[in-house]
Ligand binder design. Structure first.
Ligand SMILES: [Zn+2]
Length: 494
């Protein structure tokens, strides 16, 4: 047994492990004998990231290794055997013991040996679906073995949206799409004042990067993933405090989400808008200022936009996505999707909202570019959700890095994004939203006209416009209570 088990608690653990292995399960391990030429590796580090629906373990290895992974129940355990491998040194062993396991479904981690293999046993608090894959070295890391513990039945977001509310939004979005394409739309149900859904507008906030993808780093060591999470959380608080809005975060702590999973979360939650928050670096310390990006079908609007999109689109390679998803495939998909009419409408919405956000950012920070830029960001490729990517500032600029670290500055950035989007929805509220209802109320309240729809009653129309039935009848010279569809009533000032 090498030095990693020489300290006494470790030895105890290992002895216990040996005894345990000598028991019933040992026979099931006979098949896991590796060929002598199996790759051997040293484990140099173990990292762990916890998300609401999964935990990711990343073994950093000095060379590629093969692993055998299997579950045991009663109690729940996951066994990871790394062929012909070992832990690099005692410091790494201690790291195994010191990992923060909170919320991870892992109670404790034990290591030992099974023949020539390094055996890692995870004691679990719940049943998990394990998935594993290896990653080749990239700019940030060497060889890695990734083990994802998926929690069956858990949502990827912390407080998922109410399913009934989601259904209302889904139907509304579907109707809008049909209308856009000139397809027949079932007569819109007459929304009466008392039954108006007054739904919340859902904003999906996507703090970029996370977990083993730190994003860009500032000269002072600030990591983009940390700054954008803080800004994202502030932005969520603002929307949640605003009547008529609710926000969800694609990630609420430090873990990685693949680019396409981010938009998938927004779509599952039936979000009305998706905003991705970043603070990138450029290859020189000079560039500074905020910028706002929308998707482009025709290439980038500037050199920086092209450079940033290429950088962002590489995130999956760093963040560790098992995949045969090459960037070229995504670009191909992107071109296809952009032919869709809905996408054009979505893009126009994105650009309109983006101008508002940019204008507000311009009041607190210099702007990198005066208009909403466009480039082929994968994370913006949602055919039916208007989406923006906000570069809050360049973390590579020393002055901007300092600002990005300040709570007051983060709050101002969040406020600018909030105001831009809030104004956009005040101007263009979805029909079933509280904002649309309030706008209609306000129009009525100022006095004006109302066209009777099927299903309206005099008392409801009066109530909706905050006037009495008698005042309404007087203003329209009515004697009875009969209304006909299409009839226009004068609404007296309430
Ligand atoms: Zn970024």
């Amino acid at each position: 047994m090498p030095e990693i088990v020489s300290d006494s608690p470790r030895t105890r653990v290992t002895r216990r492990l040996r005894r345990w292995l000598a028991g019933g399960i040992a026979c099931s391990l006979v098949s896991f004998v590796f060929a002598p030429q199996a790759l051997a590796a040293k484990v140099e580090n173990l990292r762990l990231w916890t998300a609401p629906d999964h935990t990711r373990l990343v073994f950093d290895l000095d060379s590629a290794a093969t692993a055998k992974i299997f579950s045991l129940d009663n109690p729940e355990r996951l066994v990871i055997d790394l062929a012909g491998s070992d832990v690099a040194n005692a410091a790494v062993s201690r790291k195994f013991e010191k990992l923060n396991l909170e919320g991870s479904a892992v109670k404790s981690i034990r290591t030992g040996h099974q023949g020539n293999d390094l055996r890692v046993v995870l004691d679990l608090t719940r049943k998990v679906n394990p998935k594993d894959f290896t990653l080749a070295p990239n700019a940030k890391y060497g060889n890695r073995l990734v083990v994802d513990l998926e929690f069956p039945g858990e949502s990827a977001v912390e407080n998922p949206i109410d399913p009934i509310e989601a259904r209302i939004r889904e139907q509304e979005q579907l109707a809008a799409k049909r209308k856009l394409k000139g397809e027949p739309v079932a007569a819109a149900p007459n929304i009466k004042a008392s039954t108006h859904p007054k739904r919340d507008i859902i904003i999906a906030i996507d703090p970029g990067h996370g977990g083993e993808d730190p994003g860009a780093s500032g000269p002072g060591g600030t990591k983009e993933k940390d700054v954008v999470l803080k800004i994202g959380k502030r932005l969520k608080r603002m929307f949640d405090a605003q009547p008529g809005f609710k926000a969800i975060l694609t990630r609420n702590s430090d873990y990685y989400i693949p680019l396409r999973k981010r938009t998938e979360i927004a779509r599952e939650q039936k979000a009305d808008f998706f905003v991705s928050i970043h603070a990138d670096a450029f290859n020189s310390p000079r560039p500074h200022g905020s910028s706002v990006f929308a998707l482009s079908s025709r290439g980038a609007t500037s050199e920086t936009a092209r450079w940033l999109a290429a950088t962002e689109n590489r995130a999956d390679l760093i963040g560790g996505v098992d995949g045969n998803l090459s960037l070229n495939d995504k670009d191909e998909m992107l071109r296809g999707v952009l032919l869709d009419l809905t996408m054009t409408a979505t893009l126009n919405d994105s650009l309109a909202a983006g101008s508002g956000v940019l204008a507000n950012l311009g009041r607190m920070n210099t702007l990198h570019k005066r208009r909403v830029e466009q480039a082929g960001f994968v994370v913006l490729k949602s055919p039916d959700i208007p989406s923006l990517l906000v570069e809050t500032g360049f973390i590579s600029n020393p002055k901007e890095e300092r600002s990005l670290n300040s709570a007051a500055y983060q709050e101002k950035l969040a406020r600018s994004i909030f105001t831009g989007l809030e104004n956009h929805f005040e101007r263009n509220p979805p029909p079933s939203s509280l904002l649309a209802w309030r706008r209609d109320q306000a129009r009525g309240g100022k006095g004006g006209e109302y066209r009777i729809k099927s299903g309206d009653t005099l008392s409801e129309v009066a109530q909706r416009h905050s006037v009495s039935v008698s005042a309404l009848k007087r203003a329209n010279d009515m004697s009875g209570n009969t209304l006909r569809v299409g009839q226009v009533l004068k609404i007296p000032r309430g």
